[in-house]
Design a binder for this molecule. Structure first.
Ligand code: ZN
Length: 659
């Protein structure tokens, strides 16, 4: 591992200790082989002036919720050093007491909660203390001969601490173990099955000691020929993937994203002949357990096997694990797995948001390497079940249960919207995403891939008339997110006004093809996946013309009436699978692309109205916005309409002819 230290960058910090702390914390955070997503912590001891101008010694320690790769000065909590040192002398301190006392000792009440390792950092007699969960180091220790190997690699350069649960008891343990130790003989400290500390009185030395010590472990692994990872190519079975996601979501009780990792290493790992043994021995470092649970669900390699059964069995096993380890008064977490091994296909991560599923995917990427290296060293051996349980159910995590902030209603849901580049379709994508869904927007306009291009929001160019392109877009949705729950059929055209007498074959056919026939193939592509969705729903954007047609709009009104009938039949056919099908009939929506200023002016003139009068031609005298239609679509996708199917709902400001 290379040092990323840049002297000119460091010089620009003018010797400011906190800025130097920020700088090397970010250097550590950039290296995913050292820390992942909020893992690890760093500190610096400094004298600062309090409000009254008196100097006080504080420990600036990483605040919880901050990530080393992006941390700023505000991410470090200034805690009075003497208080932390006194806390270390106690014989017992509960985690909630520790959090309270640490907060009470902060010089800035608005700073984040200090890391749970603050007391440990405080008792290490060096100015800069760096802590990571370096893959190479934990791999060495997660081994049947871990202790011997650590000694072999490091000799007398480091202190070696047996595994103790992080937090106060770890700090107390280390304080006791090091009472008569001369810290200055050591460059760092290895915590068995957990990670590594390095320390020094300046930022550069502490950081470079970390790099040096981790490099020793990496070089050792290379020398032992341990750095070899299986690779393979994954198969595709999207229906089974969505079945897996449905089963996991049902156990969890809410919609989950399923992220399938088919990189060569993920598939190679899943295909290992002893995978169900080695993948279930526990995680790389204990704090992963909060995100991944102790073990993954292992799906059978037999393609005919029942994946739902595997998830249900996992849930039962997890419940037994809880009963075995619960000392009596703990609240059981949900029973669903957070990751899975799918032989032949790859690895899977499950969580309620794409970003947290991605974090799990990143953790798995490092875990599967560590496990294979551990096996090459004579046998991967993680912490005991009891230790993992204590971590997963520790007081601070339990305290968070039931306190989650308002979750957006459609979190974990997967949606597809057609005609998504502008107008109502675009608004639907935005509102569904805002309410927590991941959304794929389809449109024939190539700009769609630019309009929606960020994690959880994807634009795909596809012409609704191109059956194959639509099929592929639906398949890509399932491949990316694990399933499909919400289909919003919005794509359509509004042909120029022609009376029946003069209606051209072209106008007629085009309207019927786009507004009606294409919907059949869209449904046919989506239904098999919707059947395995979570509270699945189809929402058609119809038109006021269905119930109150206008002269000159035969091609449009007939197609939209056919679409409405298609939706009604779909509601009848799909109710048994729990799929709700409803139609929204908007009118007076003028903020879409087709309503240019010129068209509006000419229409208004034809009716002898001003543009404003024309736009409010309804009983409530108010135009309807795309946004308002989209909000109705999102409501229809949610619980409010959970018992409604086969309905037609106007959003038109009130129309006498419809009423
Ligand atoms: Zn740690």
């Amino acid at each position: 591992m290379e040092s990323l230290w840049d002297q000119s960058c460091a010089n620009s910090l003018n010797g400011d200790l906190l800025l130097e702390r920020v700088y090397t914390s970010r250097l550590l955070g950039q290296e995913t082989d050292l820390v992942l997503h909020g893992g690890g912590n760093t500190s610096v001891k400094a004298e600062i002036k309090n409000f009254f101008g008196d100097l006080e010694e504080v420990l600036y320690i990483k605040g919880s919720g901050w990530d080393l790769s992006t941390i700023e000065s505000a991410g470090f909590a200034p805690v009075r050093l003497t208080v932390l040192q006194r806390l270390a002398e106690l014989t017992s301190l509960s985690d909630s007491e520790m959090v309270r006392e640490q907060r009470a000792a902060m010089l800035d009440p608005y700073a984040p909660n200090p890391s749970v390792e603050a007391i440990l950092h405080a008792i290490i007699p060096y100015r800069f203390v760096d802590h990571t969960h370096a893959d190479a180091v934990v791999t060495l220790t997660n081994n049947s001969e871990g202790l011997a190997r650590v000694k072999e690699v490091y000799g007398e350069q480091v202190l070696i601490i047996p595994y103790v649960m992080p937090g106060f008891i770890l700090a107390r343990e280390i304080r006791n173990l090091t009472k008569d130790v001369d810290w200055h003989k050591y460059q760092g400290m290895i915590l068995m099955n957990h990670g590594i500390f390095s320390f020094a009185d300046d930022a550069k030395t502490a950081y470079e000691r970390m790099i040096y010590l981790v490099t020793l472990a990496e070089e050792y692994l290379v020398k032992q020929n341990a750095v070899q990872f299986a690779e393979a190519t994954g198969q595709t079975d999207l229906l089974t993937l969505s079945k897996i996601r449905q089963a996991v979501s049902q156990v969890k009780g809410t919609a989950m994203i399923a992220q399938l990792d088919q990189r060569a290493e993920a598939v190679g790992f899943a295909n290992l002949p002893n995978i169900s043994n080695i993948a279930t021995r526990g995680p790389v470092t204990p704090d992963h357990v909060i995100r991944t649970k102790p073990i993954p669900v292992i799906f059978p390699s037999d393609q005919q096997a029942d994946v739902t059964q595997a998830v249900n069995q996992y849930a039962e096993n997890y419940h037994q694990y809880f009963l075995r380890n619960n000392p009596g008064d703990l609240k059981e977490l949900d029973l669903s797995p957070r990751w899975g091994i799918w032989p032949g296909y790859g690895t899977l991560s499950f969580d309620q948001t794409l970003s947290s599923a991605q974090i799990i995917t990143d953790i798995i990427e490092h875990t599967l390497r560590a496990i294979q290296m551990g096996e090459k060293l004579g046998g991967w051996q993680a912490l005991s079940e009891k230790d993992l349980f204590d971590m997963e159910y520790w007081e601070l995590e339990q305290a968070k249960l039931g306190k989650s902030a308002n979750t957006p209603e459609l979190r974990g849901k997967i949606a597809v919207v057609t005609g998504a580049a502008s107008g109502i379709g675009k608004a639907c994508v935005e509102v569904l995403a805002k309410q927590g869904a991941v959304v794929v927007g389809l449109d024939m306009n190539p700009a769609i891939s630019e309009i929606f291009n960020k994690p959880g929001l994807v634009g795909i160019q596809a012409n609704i008339l191109d059956e194959k392109a639509i099929q592929e877009a639906i398949a890509l949705t399932v491949q990316k997110f694990g399933g499909l729950d919400i289909l919003v059929s919005n794509a359509g055209i509004f042909p120029a006004s022609e009376t029946i007498e003069n209606l051209s074959q072209d106008t007629w056919e085009k309207s019927l093809n786009v507004n009606l026939s294409s919907q059949r193939s869209l449904l046919q592509s989506a239904i098999p996946f919707l059947k395995q969705g979570i509270d699945p729903t189809i929402i058609f954007i119809g038109s006021r013309n269905v119930l109150a047609p206008g002269p000159g709009a035969a091609a449009y009104s007939v197609a939209k009436a056919g679409l409405t009938q298609l939706a009604r039949v779909a509601a009848l056919e799909l109710a048994a699978d729990g799929i709700r099908v409803n139609t929204i009939h908007p009118d007076c929506v003028y903020d879409t692309g087709i309503w240019t200023a010129d068209i509006l002016a000419s229409r208004a003139e034809r009716y002898g109205l001003t543009v404003d009068e024309y736009k409010s031609r309804n009983l409530l005298k108010q135009p309807v916005t795309s946004q308002e239609v989209a909000q109705m679509v999102a409501a229809m996708a949610g619980k409010l309409f959970g018992k409604t199917t086969g309905c037609q709902l106007p959003i038109d400001g009130g129309n006498e002819r419809v009423i």
